[in-house]
Design a protein around this ligand. Sequence first.
Ligand code: GRF
Length: 199
Amino acid sequence: MSARLVVLVSGTGSNLQALLDAAADPAYGATVVAVGADRDGIEALVRAERADVPTFVVTLDDSRDRDHFNDRTLTAIESYEPDLVVLAGYMKILAPRVVERFPTVNTHPALLPSFPGAHAVRDALAHGVKVTGVTVHFADAAVDSGAIVAQEAVAVRDDDDEDSLHERIKVVERRLLVDTVARLARGGYRIEGRKVVLP
Ligand code: GRF
């Protein structure tokens, strides 16, 4: 049986595309049943529509307040009965009751706990690190702080700027996300404190 994925996005959606491409093969073990966004008019939604995957958009502007935004987002996610929710470049912070309702993973373009937040690539470059990378982690109540599922390093080059480094990170990120989601979708993982043990 294929695991049901709801993927949340805010931008280009290249990570979403990697999941859609992988899931086109029934052997992958997971299917993207819906794509949700916090804004309209983004490339990620076009990618979902092209793949015939249902979409929903819940914006903060159209909500009474953050609580209402979280309620509406959770209702939309619940309606697709996911086994796993994937935050793939989704830029809103969701309330704990939303990310704790279903197993939820986030992909982050740095080696957490270094450089959490929305400008991870810029912050890593500004710090002068020689190695950064990608983290796939469970989402929890705080920002970029949940138990780490998988990480992979990316070397920083002397001539990197934010765009060149982010592009190289994203190549690794897409592969790591696709691989990690497949392993989670198979089930049988354990969370021991902060340690995630994959099958
Ligand atoms: C990814 O690097 C993600 O980790 C970060 O924003 C990027 C989104 O890329 N938060 P895309 O929309 O999947 O192309």
